[in-house]
Design a protein. Structure first.
Length: 110
């Protein structure tokens, strides 16, 4: 693993309509790994393109619980949409693809 000067080890970009998700693996000074997940949403203010960004930090002691929770809610959405009780609502152009892409970016990639 080659690190750059910004402590980034690996990065995965997922584009989903007006949103882009950045999954970045970073290293601390002590060589512990952690993940930042950034959502970037394009919008227009006064005719100018702007980006709203939201970021969370995920530390190694929470990886498994985070993955389990994410897998659980994505599976539940699949079950509910298959039952016909709920439709998968999307903020992007590809609702089912957004969910599939999100789960495809898993901790197995690390």
């Amino acid at each position: 693993m080659e690190k750059d000067k910004n402590n980034e080890v690996y990065s995965k970009v997922v584009r989903a309509g007006k949103r882009t998700y950045f999954f970045d693996v970073k290293s601390t000074k002590g060589n512990d790994l952690y993940i930042t997940i950034t959502e970037s949403k394009k919008s227009f203010v006064d005719g100018r393109e702007t980006y709203q960004k939201h970021k969370i930090f995920l530390y190694k002691e929470d990886f498994e619980k985070f993955k389990d929770g994410l897998d659980d809610v994505v599976d539940k959405i699949g079950e509910l949409s298959e039952s016909g009780e709920y439709a998968v609502d999307s903020h992007s152009d590809s609702s089912d693809d957004s969910i599939k892409n999100y789960t495809e970016v898993s901790f197995e990639d690390l």
